[in-house]
Design a protein around this ligand. Sequence first.
Ligand code: ASP
Length: 322
Amino acid sequence: MKRILALHTGGTISMSKDIGGGVVLNEKNPLLNQNELFSEEIELIVEEMFNLPSPQITLSEMFLLKERILDAIEEGIDGVVITHGTDTLEETAYFLELTVPKKISVVLTGAMRSSNEIGSDGLYNFMSAVWTAASDDSLGKGVLVVMNDEIHMAKYVTKTHTTNVATFRTPTFGPIGMLTKGKTFYIKEVMPEEVCDIQNIDGEVFLVKAYAGMNGEIFKLLNTESLAGLVIEALGAGNLPPAVLTNLQVILDRGIPVVLVSRCSNGIAEDIYAYEGGGVELKRHGVIFARGLNGQKARIRLIVGLNSDKDSKGLRAYLEGE
Ligand code: ASP
């Protein structure tokens, strides 16, 4: 008998459509009392940690989830399932990936249709996530995201569609496994991630997206006194318009880490192009390339790195994934 802890945090999976047609939070989570689904094999322990739409989830809630999972490891729990709004689910998943030792399985899930809508996917995804957390094959694979019968790594999974139930995808690499009739089937090994034991989540880190004709005005608006770090979703393989360079240099000269990823949904940002504003020049000026992460994940990694005990060289290596 496996002991699985379900932590509910809110999101569409715990909502329903009201008579006006709007999707609203329920006072009572529709996923409570589903224990009989698993009665033979699994003891399900249920806790409602928050009841928030995920745009209201902050690093503070992510930190509390991390602390709760660390306690669960001490309590001898075999696996944790977190239900979460899908909008920011990937950020919470990646934060936990970076901060929770891989001693038990941790699985996040959500829903695209609320509990009383036709074709609601909430209970099904919840059930799949519980089966995944209870599977011996999930151990050591890091934090997983289970939606729509697919199993994804927290590091690379992203929400790709506003409403489709097949919204969670892993561009470039694909899912690492799938579920068939409640059974997990893995097709890929997972590279281990460094786990940081952080006690704080301090520091303002902004995320900025590059575009054609961008100039450096946006960097002038940032208060470099309070700025702890900056992530830029750059163009293509990792390039920026030359007009941003002077103001970006002011931030770099202050020793503030500037992390670069691509705004492309597939591929890796690298120092390939040697023209003005190209990746080669950006890297030479101290910009850090976080390979393969999207902007929101790079921001989470930078915050975790800043709150660990790394010096600036260690922080750079951590962000470059070395
Ligand atoms: N807006 C909702 C949320 O993230 C979407 C969802 O849960 O699917 O809370």
